[in-house]
Design a protein around this ligand. Structure first.
Ligand code: SF4
Ligand code: SF4
Length: 117
């Protein structure tokens, strides 16, 4: 999934014209991608000369850090160790659910390959 590095984006607007499904707009002179409608064609990566449109994989570490920080923040709302541990377990279940959804989605998408043969 593409995302825009706002520090690199010069606001030239070329990507907004080239996106085949028109999901890139300009917000405060920076490109903004509607992630829900992006069809992952990759064209914006190719055409941005500033290399401002980045790949999702570059954000993995950042997202992990954010998840850990969020969990710590939530735990701080509880006074006792027991309550904090319970909060931690609930957050682990939450992320575990995300893992299951991702794994099962991947399995079903993989079966689409066979359907296309
Ligand atoms: S092409 Fe690159 S620099 Fe130009 S608006 Fe799009 S993201 Fe920004
Ligand atoms: S990947 Fe394709 S659809 Fe998605 S924002 Fe870039 S150009 Fe548009």
């Amino acid at each position: 999934m593409p995302w825009v590095d706002k520090d690199k984006c010069t606001g030239c607007g070329i990507c907004t014209e080239e996106c085949p499904v028109g999901v890139i707009s300009m917000e405060n002179e920076k490109a903004e991608i509607n992630m829900n409608e992006c069809i992952r064609c990759g064209k914006c990566h190719e055409i941005c000369e500033e290399k401002a449109i980045r790949h999702d994989s570059e954000r993995i570490e950042e997202e992990i850090r954010a998840n850990v920080e969020k969990t710590k923040r939530f735990m701080e709302h509880f006074d006792s160790i027991e309550e904090r541990q319970a909060c931690l377990r609930r957050m682990m279940k939450f992320f575990e659910k995300g893992r299951i959804v991702a794994e099962k989605t991947l399995a079903r998408l993989d079966s689409l390959k066979n359907d296309m043969k």
